[in-house]
Ligand binder design. Structure first.
Ligand SMILES: CC(C)(COP(=O)(O)OP(=O)(O)OC[C@H]1O[C@@H](n2cnc3c(N)ncnc32)[C@H](O)[C@@H]1OP(=O)(O)O)[C@@H](O)C(=O)NCCC(=O)NCCS
Length: 148
């Protein structure tokens, strides 16, 4: 398997990204959410492995903080170390831009992601009540932070 490479997300990636997003999440970002992220200048990335596009991410950089808004590996590529590689890239970008810590929100029901973050140095620092839409009502968000 060739080493993955990362390219800044562009307008012509958005249709594909939004389509994958709908496959991955029960409550996906819309195409316009991604477009807004690009317009706002968020650090947005597409991850490729050889000819295949296997993941994407959106990172908001604010002074000395990085906020991980979206990190997604296509289902058939998960649990093979690709998420690790994508997160390492984002941490590198964050540090290069002067961030000292990275923050994110995650659903407590997203056990795989929660485990993934915990094993990579993220600790829970807060809870946002009813932050996410859910199948029944709303779901809380765990707020996590990792020093970089
Ligand atoms: C969360 C997410 C980004 C993690 O990416 P991933 O590629 O599945 O993660 P990795 O493969 O790097 O690591 C996950 C586990 O896979 C296993 N794994 C890693 N490399 C492996 C390999 N070569 N062979 C077998 N198993 C492996 C490990 O058990 C690893 O767990 P650990 O290192 O924490 O013990 C990804 O699962 C995803 O996109 N999920 C859906 C979207 C989502 O929920 N995003 C987060 C929203 S907050």
């Amino acid at each position: 398997m060739s080493a993955p490479n990362f390219t800044p997300m562009r307008e012509d990636d958005l249709l594909w990204v939004a389509e994958q997003e709908r496959e991955i999440y029960p409550f996906p970002w819309s195409l316009n959410n991604f477009r807004d992220a690009l317009s706002a200048g968020y650090s947005s990335w597409v991850m490729r492995c050889g000819a295949e596009t296997i993941g994407y991410a959106v990172l908001m950089l604010v002074i000395n903080e990085a906020h991980l808004l979206n990190i997604s590996i296509l289902p058939q590529w998960q649990k093979q170390g690709q998420g690790d590689c994508l997160l390492a890239h984002l941490k590198k970008v964050a540090v290069q831009n002067g961030a000292a810590s990275m923050f994110l929100e995650v659903r407590p029901s997203n056990v795989h992601a929660l485990d993934f973050y915990r094993r990579r140095g993220f600790e829970q620092i807060g809870l946002r009540k009813g932050y996410y839409p859910a199948a029944q009502g709303r779901e809380d968000a765990l707020v996590m932070r990792s020093e970089l």
